[in-house]
Design a protein around this ligand. Structure first.
Ligand SMILES: [Zn+2]
Ligand SMILES: [Zn+2]
Length: 631
């Protein structure tokens, strides 16, 4: 759809005039295709054809049958879908899946799988009725379901026990999957860190080193859109990424606040989305991605122009992240200047809190809540890096009451990519002697430039302080040898650490590590000194990583609860909002919810919106909307 109203001439289907038969169906009120805008058949609809790198091999049904045969024979085929190209291959074939990983430069991140139908899926995984319902919904998202990758080939998801499954959702996918009696890898067709290819020419260029064959069709894709990813938590769908079928998301905002101005909220740097408020509705774009990439950055501007036109919105205010260098913040400040409107900075974790309140329909005039924002990194007004925060407030305002005790992040962004840096920073912070550490830890830090790091820490060079929860999880993962050298996708170390805790199978419940609370600079802080001594002692006696990870998760949930209880002594706290990207960790979320509920609190958490930075633009929009209410 390029324009409203939704009539064929306003869509990419205008290129395909209806044939006699389809036209009669379209004009006949008794036919079920009466005024069906995308109506088409084989004669007049889009054509498909199969291509090798040099030649067209076949067309129509032959092309689909031949594609199936190629996949059966261990080839990779790039298939033009609804919102862009996807790469497909046999999910059981270790050689082809491994080769796809190498060609895509994607060493570890899990691949999603397309299955023919629920019956086929059930031969591999236990599927709950809710999971089945979400998979079969008209939106047809990718659903993360517990399933071992060893049932296909380990290379699908080397270290994970949740796999993403999707049912065929376009006529082309259905025809193809009918020819195959096994699941296929289903991953976006793009160069590493680039957006998914949409045009035939673009695919021929970008994917030439990755795919063996192409199955093209000649219906243009105006709107690049990624697949949506959901999971099921506590028997309800929980969003991880919102694209095809869900976005743009449009909801009435007047259930939480009324009389709002028109607002453009520009979102975060990674997992970017943007949001618009038109006074009545809050509209959020699809998942756009990491704006560090120029082509994704261009996509941001294209999408924004498209959505502003679709919904006819002229912003009164702009909302941006407080961060000085986020691409989206720079864009928003410039946009405000050009249009002579006011631009508001919103602190990253306040935006997380506001998004969680909005997701729960929490009214703007209700009592303050306590936001427990456990996240990667976000810029704080004190110019340090926040990310493990206890914020008391609501949409319009907040006060920081607690945090994870800050440590240095040696190398800044490098410390996010190389978890051993955070491990070393924690060990130095608590003054452990390298020579007295267990062999396993010495191994992790062997051949690392520790002298340089020491100098950086000593002289405060490129080593900002951080209270980030994600970085604490990275440090613990590194201590256990999980992704200690480097990660290959965002959150990898924390995801694999969660996996280890979930693999804890002993029948006796693990006791949590001791994370204490101390008071510093007027904040209640989570103190990690005793905790690290206990972890090192357990590594010394060769306790398994499953045990240690479970003890860490439980200990962390306990200290979060203890800290909330302490803060509730001095003020009225009824609701606790568990938000920030770390709470995509369902194991942690579940233990926190149990402990907090037992302590008498009501927990708010994300269901409809992702807990990660994709929700930042929504939070920004809500914060500025509520701040400008009285203005
Ligand atoms: Zn036709
Ligand atoms: Zn965040």
């Amino acid at each position: 759809v390029e324009r409203l109203p939704y009539d064929r001439p306003n869509t990419t289907m205008r290129e395909f005039p209806l044939c006699q038969m389809c036209h009669e169906e379209y004009e006949n009120p008794n036919n079920r295709r009466f005024h069906a805008q995308p109506n088409a058949c084989e004669a007049c609809g889009p054509n498909v054809w199969l291509e090798s790198k040099n030649n067209t091999l076949s067309e129509g049904h032959d092309a689909i049958a031949e594609t199936a045969e190629l996949i059966r024979n261990g080839k990779i085929v790039a298939i033009r879908g609804v919102g862009g190209y996807q790469l497909l291959c046999d999910a059981r074939n270790n050689a082809v899946v491994t080769s796809l990983r190498q060609r895509k430069s994607r060493p570890a991140k899990a691949f999603a799988l397309m299955v023919r139908d629920i019956a086929q899926l059930k031969t591999y995984a236990d599927v709950s009725s809710t999971e089945e319902k979400v998979l079969s919904s008209p939106q047809a998202p990718i659903v993360l379901i517990k399933c071992s990758s060893s049932k296909f080939t380990k290379a699908i998801a080397p270290n994970l026990n949740r796999l993403g499954f999707v049912l065929p959702y376009s006529p082309l996918h259905i025809l193809l999957m009918n020819e195959l009696d096994f699941p296929v890898v289903f991953t976006s067709g793009n160069l590493s860190n680039n957006p998914q290819c949409t045009a035939v020419k673009e695919a021929r260029g970008d994917l030439s080193e990755i795919t063996d064959y192409y199955l093209h069709h000649n219906r243009d894709i105006t709107n690049r859109v990624d697949d949506s990813v959901l999971t099921v938590f506590e028997d309800k769908p929980m969003a991880f990424r919102l694209g095809r079928g869900y976005a743009p998301i449009s909801n009435r905002i007047d259930k939480v606040m009324t009389n709002t101005k028109a607002i453009l909220a520009c979102g975060s740097q990674v997992k970017n989305t943007f949001s618009l408020i038109d006074g009545e509705r809050l509209i959020t774009s699809q998942h756009i991605g990491d704006l560090t990439n120029q082509r994704i950055n261009d996509d941001f501007e294209t999408q924004l122009a498209l959505q502003k036109q679709l919904f006819a919105i002229k912003p009164d205010y702009v909302a941006v992240d407080l961060h000085p260098d986020y691409q989206a913040s720079i864009f928003g400040r410039e946009y405000a200047k050009q249009h002579n409107i006011e631009c508001y900075d919103v602190q990253h974790h306040h935006a997380h809190l506001a998004a969680c309140l909005y997701d729960n329909g929490y009214p703007a005039d209700a009592d303050n809540v306590l936001g427990v924002v456990m996240d990667g990194t976000g810029y704080g007004p004190d110019e340090t890096i926040w990310g493990g925060e206890f914020l008391y407030g609501s949409y319009a305002q907040f006060k920081r009451l607690g945090r994870i005790s800050p440590v240095a992040m040696p190398g800044s962004a490098q410390a996010i990519l190389q978890p051993w840096r955070m491990l070393y920073s924690y060990l130095q912070h608590h003054q452990f002697k390298l020579s007295e550490l267990p062999a396993q830890l010495q191994q992790v830090l062997k051949e690392k430039p520790l002298e340089t790091i020491d100098k950086m820490l000593e002289n405060n060079i490129n080593s900002p302080l951080t209270s980030s929860c994600g970085r604490l999880f990275d440090a613990v993962a590194a201590a256990l040898g999980i992704c200690s050298d480097s990660i290959s996708y965002e959150g990898q170390a924390a995801i694999e650490l969660q996996q280890a805790a979930e693999n804890y199978t002993s029948s006796c419940k693990p006791s949590g590590y001791h994370l204490n609370i101390k008071e510093t600079d007027g904040y209640l802080e989570i103190d990690t000194s005793v905790f690290w001594t206990e972890v090192i002692a357990d590594i010394n006696i060769n306790l398994t990583i499953e045990d240690i990870s479970a003890k860490f998760h439980i200990g962390f949930a306990q200290v979060v609860t203890n800290l909330v209880v302490r803060l509730a002594e001095d003020r009225c706290i009824e609701h606790v909002a568990l938000c920030g990207g770390v709470f995509q960790n369902q194991y942690l979320l579940s233990v926190c919810m149990t402990l907090l509920t037992n302590a008498g609190f009501k927990c708010l958490y994300h269901n409809n919106l992702p807990a990660n930075d994709a929700c930042i633009s929504i939070g920004q929009a809500c914060v500025v909307a509520s701040q400008s209410l009285g203005a």
